[in-house]
Design a protein around this ligand. Structure first.
Ligand code: NAP
Length: 255
């Protein structure tokens, strides 16, 4: 196992890509700090999967837009496991609107979850890594839209573009502490965030025609790369974005 005994915090791991990454890391031996936001049940599916693999976990309800909740989650993780070795900044939201219709509320929500949340979760975790001299790993789930325009999703693209520069800066600033920082840029992955698209056969067909590998990605396609970046195999990689998009980025056009 490539991550035996490591401790990973995965934000937004109640479903979708975050859930896939939490399970992927646990399969390789990591204990998991599961994070979710919604006030309903604890993320039972993720918990059950991690438990079935024989790993320890705690589940923390925390809204990553709120610094006090981030801190409480990180404190709970350190209290339970002693340290955090891997942070996956995965929690994210998107909002479709014409640029001229975007409200301040929706702009703030997208930027606060995707960029501010990742920034301050990384900050809280990095402080513990530095204090405990952990050669940690930070992995941000950005998007192909850290580079690629996506009309009608301008705040989303701005947030993911911001994540790209945050990652590059932190890669340099944290390298002296042995902490690596990288992004994974997924293309179109089959998760609840894409429910509307998945239920629109015409749009789905058009999208699939633009994906050279001719299928949507699955959370497992992303989690494999997260495991790699968290493992010793990626010791010499920092400041990089790995695209997981079936070739979409180089063959994209908006209808
Ligand atoms: P998803 O199924 O909608 O899951 C999003 C997760 O983030 C949920 O667990 C959600 O928890 C959590 N979350 C949202 N706001 C949060 C907050 N303020 N604090 C804490 N957790 C919060 O989305 P997904 O498709 O798995 O996307 C995961 C990441 O991949 C996002 O950053 C997204 O931008 C990125 N991505 C996805 C795709 C794709 O095609 N799916 C492509 C490129 C990039 P609750 O349900 O409890 O709110």
């Amino acid at each position: 196992m490539r991550l035996e005994g490591k401790v990973a915090l995965v934000t937004g791991s109640s479903q979708g890509i975050g859930q896939g990454i939490a399970i992927g890391l646990a399969q390789e031996g990591a204990h998991i700090i599961i994070n979710y936001r919604s006030a309903t049940d604890a993320p039972k599916e993720t918990e059950d999967a991690v438990k079935a693999l024989g790993r320890d976990f705690i589940s923390c309800q925390a809204d990553v837009t709120k610094l006090d909740e981030i801190q409480a989650m990180v404190d709970a993780g350190v209290q339970r496991f002693g340290q955090i070795d891997i942070l996956v900044n995965n929690a994210g939201v998107e909002k479709h609107a014409d640029f001229w219709e975007v409200t301040e509320h929706d702009y703030d929500m997208v930027m606060d979850v995707n960029l501010k949340g990742s920034f301050f979760t990384a900050q809280a975790v990095v402080k513990t890594m530095m204090a405990k001299k952990v050669a940690g790993r930070i992995i941000n789930i950005s998007s192909v839209h850290e580079d690629l325009p996506f009309p009608h999703f301008t705040a989303y693209c701005a947030s993911k573009g911001g994540m790209k520069m945050m990652m590059r800066n932190l890669a340099i600033e944290l390298a002296p502490y042995g902490i690596t920082v990288n992004n994974i840029a997924p293309g179109a992955i089959e998760t609840p965030i894409n429910t509307k698209l998945l239920n629109d056969p015409e749009k789905l067909k058009a999208l699939l025609e633009n994906i050279p590998l001719a299928r949507l990605g699955k959370p497992k396609d992303v989690s494999g790369v997260a495991v790699f970046l968290a493992s010793a195999d990626a010791d010499y990689i920092t400041g990089a974005t790995i695209f997981v998009d079936g070739g979409l980025t180089w063959n994209y056009s908006e209808q």
